[in-house]
Ligand binder design. Structure first.
Ligand SMILES: Nc1ncnc2c1ncn2[C@@H]1O[C@H](COP(=O)(O)OP(=O)(O)OP(=O)(O)O)[C@@H](O)[C@H]1O
Length: 275
């Protein structure tokens, strides 16, 4: 039997297993009673207020909410970039709340992936070198198995033939696919995508979001998507709405009817009106 290109520490789900079934078994990240208070006295801001949230493994979860509602703060505390004032955060089985900076840096490097609006590719490096950069940063070369996984990812993302190009030789949609491949290269437990389609036209946005969703299903990858865009969020399995630092709604996309983007847009409008 030929060697699987997918590293074996995580099993590949069969397509028959729906994200919802996987979710029932596994939690990729958890916030328990998390509050974040910035400043003191009169200038104090309660950015997060007693959040309890499980991010289900192998699913695409969108975080939405009005401007200033706490979305970025929630992403930052989950990623260990900011510490909660109260409560606890875990990634997989690891409680990260009290980890020191070195341990958090290692955790981010090995267990988390990031995709940003601005792509953040290194302009002087080829596509392949950009995608394998996480291994370099971890002080090692990818193994043959890992390299095969990277090539499978590039192929799956439709950019396999572009591996020796530089970022400026790619379209925006292609650059974002490279950023997604880089985020997934080390098979992280969790990928954060922060407004990943903010710089893309609507066709490229649809393609990139469709790929992100398909990758969660095919490889049981967990992705958290932070976005203002109801169309982007409509690709998610589940949408969490934050308002004033609290979870205002927790919605399954299967329950959103025939026009999910419209339904999400209505929820956001209501939250903005009552803000
Ligand atoms: N470093 C900080 N110091 C003080 N207040 C902060 C800090 N970071 C965020 N805040 C405040 O916390 C609240 C939540 O901010 P956050 O950036 O998480 O919101 P957001 O939902 O991501 O907003 P946006 O959609 O506009 O990016 C806001 O009132 C913001 O002003």
């Amino acid at each position: 039997m030929s060697e699987s290109p997918i590293p074996t520490h995580r099993s590949t789900p069969t397509p028959a297993i729906a994200a919802r079934d996987i979710a029932a078994r596994d939690i990729a990240a958890r916030a328990v009673g998390v509050s974040k208070i910035y400043g003191t006295g009169e200038s104090q801001t309660r950015a997060l207020d007693n959040i309890d949230l499980d991010i289900e493994a192998g699913s695409l979860t969108a975080i939405m909410g009005p401007s200033g509602s706490g979305k970025s703060t929630l992403m930052h505390v989950f990623a260990g970039l900011d510490s909660p004032t109260h409560g606890r955060i875990s990634i997989g089985d690891t409680d990260i709340t009290d980890l020191d900076d070195n341990a958090l840096t290692l955790l981010r490097r090995r267990s988390l992936g990031f995709v940003f609006q601005a792509f953040n590719l290194v302009p002087t490096l080829s596509v392949m070198s950009n995608v394998t950069l996480p291994f370099e940063l971890d002080g090692r070369r990818p193994s043959a198995l890992e390299l095969a996984w990277v090539r499978e990812l590039l192929g799956r993302l439709g950019i396999g033939m572009l591996e020796s190009r530089r970022p400026h030789e790619l379209s925006g949609g292609q650059q974002q696919r490279v950023a997604i491949a880089r985020a997934l290269a080390m098979r992280p437990q969790l990928v954060f995508a922060d407004e990943p389609t903010g710089n893309l036209d609507s066709k490229s946005s649809r393609e990139v979001l469709g790929l992100l969703r398909d990758l969660t299903r095919e490889y049981q990858q967990t992705v958290v998507l932070v976005t203002h865009d109801p169309v982007a969020a409509s690709h998610a399995d589940r949408v969490i709405f934050i308002a004033d630092g609290s979870i205002a709604h927790d919605v399954r996309s299967v329950d959103l009817g025939a026009e999910p983007a419209k339904a999400l847009s209505d929820i956001i409008l209501n939250l903005e009106v009552s803000a």
